[in-house]
Design a protein around this ligand. Structure first.
Ligand SMILES: *Cc1c(COP(=O)(O)O)cnc(C)c1O
Length: 456
């Protein structure tokens, strides 16, 4: 089965970028009254991220965290690239398995599972799963035939944007007791996992957690388990507009891995990146549906023609915090738009706020920014909108989710196919060429020699 056959995507014409498709869509819908918000997802961006991952973390196999964005096209692309998957529920396992992914490529990375879902995993061959409590061990012993357990430890995630260790992860001092309990129940513990918190801002959290994991590994080995899986979780940034870049984090992780987990053919190191893979692939385009100009009475008379301080503009657009911008509430995101049309150099800017379409006052996207005087019917563009957006959006108040248009350039597509058919991560010798070839501009220049692709 060719899993990509089922994908609903368009190829970018030679020399065209995802940005050009946005332009084209805007032009087409501007001819009508139907100016719904829409997404463009560039699946080639996911390939680029994968190549970047392979380069920066050569010892670590990514298991994509499905909760971040469970789009079938995204998951299929990643399945073709050979990643594994972090699933937290029966439905996520079903999705991934429906694409033909082997159960050995799935980790059921939810330390607190419903019994019926443990049974489901057992019946469907999913064996790797995390735990952080005795009660979970007893459930697994009773309802799973053949689990390979991974002890999730707590991390110091006080500097992360979204903390996870308040909810999950055993403190180090509880680990021996948990491992002894697992032994007593006849369970198989194979390794340790952690999550430094989503939106990690301090790379030392990773090195501390890796060192803690070593401590628990040794404890497990001492108790007679064969510890051979280290899972370093997620937390990697999904775009480069952050203080701490991906490669700055990996520059700390790699030496920590080499120090605490020197290369050993029996050891397997995995991670559970979510945001990293999908954030920058998605661009959301919204339309201004309403506008209010609030004149500031005090200033109006003094600064007649200057125009910049005498008014505040409220823009209402057709997606909001109950839809894609739920990331503002749940993911602590700060979203700022870019303009679809370049403003003229002398165009005055006004203080503005941007609001979603629902009737709730909570539905505010941007509290304060500056924009030119835009009109109803104009468009605003939000980049890096792939992570924790569509996955948790609702249709509250009857506002529908935006359509998502998936695009990919032919060279990127061919690389995905090639990696898929080889079933192996790309060799370093090919990475450089691929990165050039799949770069942002996608100048369609096929690499030659060793990296020649075959057209499907
Ligand atoms: C949410 C989650 C992830 C993904 O986190 P990112 O910060 O998006 O990389 C990975 N592992 C677990 C267990 C999670 O809950």
């Amino acid at each position: 089965m060719n899993p990509t056959a089922a994908l609903d995507l368009s190829f970018l014409e030679e020399g065209f970028s995802a940005r050009d498709v946005i332009e084209q869509n805007i032009n087409e819908s501007s001819l009508t009254d139907d100016r719904d918000a829409f997404y463009i997802c560039d699946l080639g961006d996911i390939l680029k991220k994968h190549l970047r991952w392979t380069r920066a973390l050569p010892r670590v196999t990514p298991f994509y965290a499905v909760k971040c964005n469970d789009s079938r096209s995204v998951v299929t692309t990643l399945a073709s690239l050979g990643t594994g998957f972090d699933c937290a529920s029966k439905t996520e396992i079903q999705l991934v398995q429906s694409l033909g992914v082997d159960p050995g490529r799935i980790i059921y990375a939810n330390p607190c599972k419903q019994v019926s879902q443990i049974k489901y995993a057992s019946a469907h061959g999913v064996r790797m799963m995390t735990f952080d409590s005795e009660v979970e061990l007893m459930k697994v012993a009773r309802y799973h035939d053949n689990a390979k357990l991974v002890l999730r430890i707590a991390t110091d995630d006080s500097k992360a944007v979204c903390r996870l260790s308040v909810k999950f992860g055993a403190p180090l001092k509880a680990c021996r007791g948990l491992l002894e309990k697992a032994k007593e129940l006849g369970l198989d513990v194979i390794g340790v996992s952690f999550h430094v918190g989503s939106g990690c801002t301090d790379p030392l959290t990773y090195s501390q957690a890796i060192s803690d994991a070593r401590y628990v590994f040794d404890m497990g080995n001492e108790l007679g388990f064969t510890m051979d899986l280290l899972d370093i979780g997620g937390g990697f940034p999904g775009s480069d507009d952050v203080d701490l870049k991906f490669e700055e984090i990996t520059a700390v992780i790699n030496p920590a891995l080499d120090k605490y987990f020197p290369v050993d053919h029996k050891l397997k190191i995995i991670a559970e990146p979510g945001r990293f893979y999908v954030a920058s692939a998605y661009t959301l385009v919204v339309n201004i549906i309403a506008k209010k100009v609030i004149l500031d009475d005090d200033n109006a008379s003094d600064e007649e023609d200057e125009g910049t301080t005498d008014r505040t503009i409220m823009y209402y657009v057709n997606d909001g915090v109950y839809g894609s911008f739920n990331c503002i509430l749940f993911d602590h995101a700060h979203c700022l738009p870019s303009l679809h049309k370049k403003p003229k150099p002398d165009e005055p800017l006004y203080p503005c706020s941007i609001w979603g379409p629902t009737c709730d006052g909570l539905d505010r996207i941007v509290e304060q920014c500056t924009l030119p005087d835009l009109q109803v019917g104009d468009w605003l563009v939000f980049e890096n909108m792939g992570a924790y957006t569509v996955a948790a959006s609702s249709t509250f108040n009857g506002f529908q989710r935006p359509d998502i248009h998936y695009v990919i350039s032919r060279p990127s597509w061919q690389h995905v196919q090639r990696i898929s058919s080889q079933g192996l991560p790309p060799q370093e010798s090919c990475l450089q060429e691929m990165l050039v070839c799949c770069g942002r501009e996608s100048v369609v220049e096929m690499p030659t020699k060793s990296c020649q692709t075959h057209v499907v």
